[in-house]
Design a protein around this ligand. Structure first.
Ligand code: ADP
Ligand code: MG
Length: 631
């Protein structure tokens, strides 16, 4: 041991401020974030940003907010000085973006800063200057409205720190991201951004969907987005989600924006909830894309978790997780077609009748029919009735997963091909005569044994035959499963899960009900082992032990798990794949149309079971353009 005994000293305020600055102001982009948040808290409606060399040389922000009174200017640069909270209780009901009172102080400690401001009812503006933390006096300064702030030479006084900054280009791209996040979150504010005299953005007050397209590009426009608007008494989730299959591949943006009470946050509970919301419709190479706003009572979250305020803690993360993932599921399940549209039902019936009449004499009547109330396919009693018959069969046979699902589904494929072919139908005339068609129109035929071509109201629809049929079967199997009670199986020999880590055991005890609801009976014995006595039947062929441990891991990390749902979906997906029509299977027009109608009626049919799109449309206008018509 050495003789040296460390002694404790109090750090100088200069050192304290630099430590703080290191936490809050990592790079020019973090300074920009603090300043923009101040402008928004000051209720500005116009915010203009100018950067030089990625903000390394200069960051200048002008706003038209309520301003700062002369006497408060020095305080604005002082650490732990704020107008946004008064007591520590206020910390738990923060409604502003800032509240820690250290943003400007931290920036001032490591830059040349000038802050000029005028308040609404004063006639003169004032300015305060600080050089690397040293405050000069307050001087009169002419300005019309709001606050001007300029930050020069960030980290020039701390070369050791400056070394960690990247090139101007990289720092610029970070600043741009910060700007974009804030611009997305406040579409009601006018923003502009200039970099090295180049105008990058000029954004006028607009709707959220317009702002999204302005910032993220036209492939994020309204037609490619799914609107989400869930409101409950305590929470609301609004915004847009985007299916990656819909977003053009050359878009280099990844729209992953989540805001809680207007604040951009990265949170693993939120990210997991979104991922679970998207599960079942996403290609494994794709990431979910979204611009979502969660509004929650400020008392339900803690925003004071991190100096940069980019993390939050939920008091009840389980409920928030559920709310987010189920809202997204619900939105993705919606079809892009309005099935209540009576006029296209009309058109479809008209078309069907026409076909029936033409074929009555030579063939037995076509067995595919439309119900009166909706477009749903109806099983009929004729022997040829098939494509849709598994629905009724499943109901009769007291459907339970997996045995009967396998039995019923095995017949789907065979039955599908029992449909009578209707030869030589010339329905061109019929198509023309229909005023309003169903969204996916009427089938013309199949090309290359793989794609159904269909004429719709205003263009050509191309449908991936196998992929869409596979999704249709999956959705039907799923809805069968949802309406029948879970069948369980008592294990002859209970499965023991021994030596579980403490936190997983705790997580089981806390969430026992989840397992009960899913059809398990699991008990803890005196050796702190889990004894699995009853399992949902379909789990027979899964590794019970592994699955339960994985579920417990997910639950303890994210407060939630939809592993069982995912496994179910995987199994049903396999069945659906086996039953669906394959390339080069020949199918009749009726069967093609049946697929189109099912796609219009069932959820999630826009994407195949692997998340690829199932259909696309070329509009008549696009066709005309391709052939240079009217030029
Ligand atoms: P915080 O935002 O956490 O309060 P800051 O150091 O960022 O702390 O700002 C200190 C104070 O300066 C704010 O509380 C606010 O009163 C005032 N202020 C800063 N920027 C502006 C601005 N653009 N307009 C009006 N007031 C501002
Ligand atoms: Mg602030």
């Amino acid at each position: 041991m050495s003789d040296f005994l460390p002694r404790i000293i109090k750090l100088s305020s200069e050192t304290i401020n630099r430590i703080k600055a290191g936490e809050v102001i990592e790079r020019p982009a973090s300074a920009l974030k603090e300043i923009l948040e101040n402008s928004i808290d000051a209720k500005a409606t116009c915010i203009s940003v100018e950067l030089i060399e990625g903000g390394l040389k200069k960051i200048k922000v002008i706003d038209n907010g309520h301003g700062i009174v002369k006497d408060d200017l020095p305080l604005a640069l002082d650490t732990h000085a704020t107008s946004k909270i008064i007591t520590d209780e206020d910390l738990y009901k923060v409604t502003t973006l800032g509240f820690r009172g250290e943003g400007l102080a931290s920036i001032a400690a490591v830059s040349n800063l000038s802050l000029a401001s005028i308040t609404l009812n004063s006639t003169h503006g004032y300015k305060i200057i600080s050089t690397f933390g040293e405050i000069k006096e307050v001087i009169p300064y002419p300005l019309n409205i709001g606050t001007h702030i300029e930050i020069d030479e960030l980290y020039h006084n701390i070369p050791a720190r400056k070394k960690f900054l990247k090139t101007a280009n990289t720092e610029y791209s970070h600043c741009k991201s910060v700007f974009e996040r804030i611009a997305l979150s406040y579409p009601n504010i006018n923003f502009d951004l200039k970099h090295n005299d180049k105008i990058i953005y000029k954004l006028f007050e607009e709707s959220l969907s317009e702002r999204i397209a302005s910032v993220l590009g036209s492939s994020y426009s309204l037609i490619n987005s799914i609107e989400l608007s869930e409101v409950s008494p305590t929470l609301s989730l609004k915004g847009y989600i985007f299916h990656p299959g819909q977003i053009s591949l050359n878009s280099n943006k990844q729209a992953q924006y989540f805001f809680i009470n207007g604040r951009f946050v990265r949170d693993k509970v939120v990210q997991n909830a979104i991922k679970q919301g998207f599960s079942g419709v996403l290609h494994h190479e794709h990431q979910p894309q979204y611009v979502l706003f969660l509004t929650i009572n400020p008392t339900e979250i803690d925003v004071n978790v991190h100096p940069t305020k980019s993390e939050v803690r939920f008091h009840n993360s389980h409920d928030v997780h559920n709310y987010i993932s189920s809202s997204i599921r619900k939105a993705l399940a919606k079809n892009s077609f309005s099935i209540s549209d009576k006029s296209f039902e009309e058109g479809a019936r008209h078309f069907e009748n026409n076909l029936k009449q033409r074929n009555y004499e030579n063939n037995s009547p076509p067995n595919y029919s439309f119900s009166n109330s909706s477009f749903k396919s109806q099983p009929t009693s004729s022997p040829g009735s098939s494509f849709n018959s598994f629905n009724s069969k499943a109901q009769e046979s007291n459907f339970s997963f997996p045995n009967s699902i396998e039995n019923t589904s095995l017949n789907i494929r065979e039955n599908f091909f029992k449909d009578e072919e209707i030869e030589g139908t010339n329905h061109e005339e019929t198509l023309e005569s229909i005023s309003k068609m169903p969204p996916l129109g009427f089938a013309l035929g199949v090309i290359h044994g793989a794609y159904i071509l269909s004429q719709s109201q205003d263009g050509l629809i191309i449908v991936d035959m196998h992929a869409s049929h596979e999704r249709i079967i999956l959705e039907k199997l799923k809805s069968q499963l949802a309406t029948s009670s879970i069948s369980r199986e008592e294990l002859l020999f209970p499965v023991a899960i021994e030596s579980l880590p403490e936190h997983l055991l705790a997580s089981f005890e806390e969430h026992e009900q989840v397992f009960l609801d899913l059809g398990f009976d699991i008990q803890i014995n005196s050796n702190k082992e889990l004894m699995v006595k009853v399992i949902p039947t379909f789990m027979q062929r899964l590794k019970v032990r592994e699955l339960i441990i994985q579920m417990l891991n997910e639950i303890s990390e994210f407060d939630n798990s939809n592993l069982i749902l995912r496994e179910q979906e995987k199994l049903l997906g396999n069945i659906a794949c086996k039953c669906a029509i394959k390339a080069n299977d020949s199918i009749s027009l009726f069967q093609m149309n049946a697929i189109l109608r099912d796609m219009e009626n069932l959820p999630r049919t826009g994407y195949c079971n692997h998340g690829r799109p199932t259909w696309l449309k070329i509009s008549l206008t696009e066709l005309d353009q391709m052939f240079m018509r009217g030029k």
